[in-house]
Design a binder for this molecule. Structure first.
Ligand code: VG1
Ligand code: CO
Length: 541
């Protein structure tokens, strides 16, 4: 076995987005494409010789090939040990858990998350630092800078390694340790939640449906829900991970998690429904005929956190991404906590969690998590809901309605316009940035604030600008616009609409109806139809 140094030339398009580098599989299959990016990561890190790296992915098409390439490159770049999930599998939160537990130098997560998988679909790669969380922007920017200058990469000339059986094997001067992808994560969950109470809940006839969407959480959900918590076999739907996620979008929302939505409809439906995404970091929560928005879910989990053993002593603070509704802020205020507002993407929560300023974090995009790892965590959120349900013994709908009655409802919706021309989308955003809206009266609303969100990290002082155009009205209602940073084709415009409704008599209204005037205003302000020809969003959540 010898180390080969291979000459290469840069690719211009390896800038990581909201969560790592995501491209079509066909792009990743180009000679040297993956290798250039991985070598750029290794060149950027100041990892001591012999350091430990964690690696795993969501099991999508190209995962196994990429794992073998990266193992050989890690061996040629002086890593001492790579801990890899069996079969190349680790959910994103499990990867974060393993990095932290074994104090690894960092980790490589192979996933394009909620994007579809298969030979003609998407693949992705991201680097996580030693705290278990996504690399902060200064690291991803350094990696990107390196991709533009790279001239060679190093790889071991060796046969593929067996990654399908547990245990250690040697690859050049490096140890490859194949670990159980579920065990460490499941053990961590047992320390946070009241498994006895949840077991008793299932024992009392409570029924649940969990849609793993043929993605990575299937084995985790089966082990934790069915084996450890005693939920009946069959609670986990679509539990076999597949390289193409069964042809679907592994995106847990009302549009894509249709099997779950069907299962949760009607009077014989289970009491509780949940789904997770491709890499296991997102969650959707449903009751019988009832949908919980992710923003409400964060607020409700925060308000009930002390019912869970891992959070019994209270929370240090909350954090939410800027476009996430302000429901969590109301809970924070009641609890006397700060609620931090960060740009979109989990990487911005890491410093707050590390500094002990926040305990729970969330995003409107079906992401919820806590300081137990440094990623959002789908099954964790499901278990926290189960713990709350086991202690409160009320239906999901009653818990949510009770929360609204107590705090008021932040009526909320996100409208996505997918597959737009990038130039039209960029022009639309420029137009919104330049419009001078401050103080203007629009319909029944008066603009209190109009800006392009900029953030200064309160812990390390790093700054991020152009994080989304906000139009905030004097009554606290908001319209937020930003472009997606996770897509691989064209551009996606996301429009986030929110209005506070204190009147309990109006809490039952459908959000699309309750927000109709703001939705119309949002389309008008951005000139969506005139600029893009779109009259309706492609996905509403
Ligand atoms: C989207 C979500 C964002 C989330 C990101 C990664 O990003 O809006 O909240 O953190 O996906 O989630 P964007 O830039 O497309 O809006 V995942 O589960 O795809 O890692
Ligand atoms: Co994800």
């Amino acid at each position: 076995m010898s180390v080969k140094t291979v000459a290469t030339t840069p690719f211009a398009d390896q800038k990581p987005g909201t969560s790592g580098l995501r491209k079509k599989v066909r792009v990743f299959e180009r000679p040297n494409y993956l290798e250039n990016f991985v070598q750029s990561i290794f060149d950027t890190l100041e990892s001591p010789a012999g350091a430990t790296l964690v690696m795993g992915g969501d099991g999508r098409y190209h995962n196994r090939t990429a794992v073998q390439t990266i193992l050989k490159m890690a061996a040629a770049n002086g890593w001492g040990r790579v801990m890899v999930g069996r079969g190349g599998i680790l959910s994103t939160p499990a990867a974060s858990c393993v990095i932290r537990k074994y104090r690894a130098f960092g980790g490589i997560v192979l996933s394009a998350s909620h994007n579809p998988g298969g030979p003609n679909e998407d693949f992705g790669i991201k680097y996580n630092i030693g705290n278990g969380g996504p690399a902060p922007e200064k690291v991803t920017e350094a990696i990107f800078a390196r991709t533009k200058a790279i001239g060679e990469y190093r790889i071991l000339d060796a046969a593929d390694v067996d990654i399908d059986s547990l245990g250690e094997r040697v690859l050049g001067g490096m140890v490859v340790e194949v670990i159980d992808p579920v065990a460490d994560y499941a053990a961590l969950m047992e320390t946070l939640f009241d498994f006895d109470a949840i077991r008793a809940l299932f024992g009392s006839g409570f029924r649940m449906a969990f849609d793993a969407m043929h993605a990575v959480t299937g084995p985790y959900a089966r082990e934790i829900l069915e084996c450890r918590l005693g939920a009946p076999a069959g609670t986990v739907l679509n539990g076999e991970p597949r390289e193409d996620f069964g042809g679907g979008h592994p995106d847990p929302n009302l549009v894509h998690a249709h099997d779950l939505v069907a299962a949760m409809t009607g009077k014989d439906a289970p009491d509780f429904g949940a789904a997770s995404d491709g890499d296991g970091d997102r969650n959707m929560i449903l009751g019988r005929d009832f949908y919980v928005t992710p923003s409400d879910s964060l607020a409700i989990l925060a308000a009930n956190a002390t019912l869970c053993p891992g959070y019994a002593r209270g929370l240090a603070g909350l954090a939410r991404s800027m476009p996430t509704s302000q429901a969590a802020d109301r809970v924070a205020e009641r609890l006397g906590l700060r609620c931090y507002e960060t740009p979109t993407g989990w990487k911005f929560f890491g410093t707050l969690l590390d500094a002990g300023l926040a305990t729970l974090c969330g995003e409107e995009s079906f992401g919820t998590g806590s300081n137990h790892v440094r990623e959002k965590d789908g099954l964790w959120a499901v278990l926290m809901w189960l713990n709350v349900l086991a202690r409160r013994r009320q239906s999901v709908a009653d818990i949510v309605r009770g929360h609204w009655a107590e705090y008021g409802r932040n009526v909320y919706s996100r409208h996505d316009y997918e597959g737009m021309e990038a130039s039209a989308a960029n022009a639309l955003m420029d137009h919104l940035r330049q419009a001078s809206l401050g103080g203007r009266k629009l319909g029944g609303y008066t603009v209190a604030l109009h800006d392009d969100f900029a953030y200064t990290d309160p812990v390390d002082g790093s700054t991020s600008s152009h994080q989304g155009v906000r139009v905030v009205f004097t009554d606290g209602s908001r319209i937020v616009y930003r472009l997606s940073g996770t897509g691989t084709e064209g551009a996606t415009l996301r429009v986030y609409i929110e209005r506070y409704e204190p009147d309990a008599a109006r809490h039952h209204l459908d959000p699309q109806a309750a927000l109709a005037d703001l939705i119309a205003l949002a389309r008008e302000l951005a000139e969506i139809e005139a600029r893009t020809g779109r009259t309706e969003p492609s996905v509403i959540t």
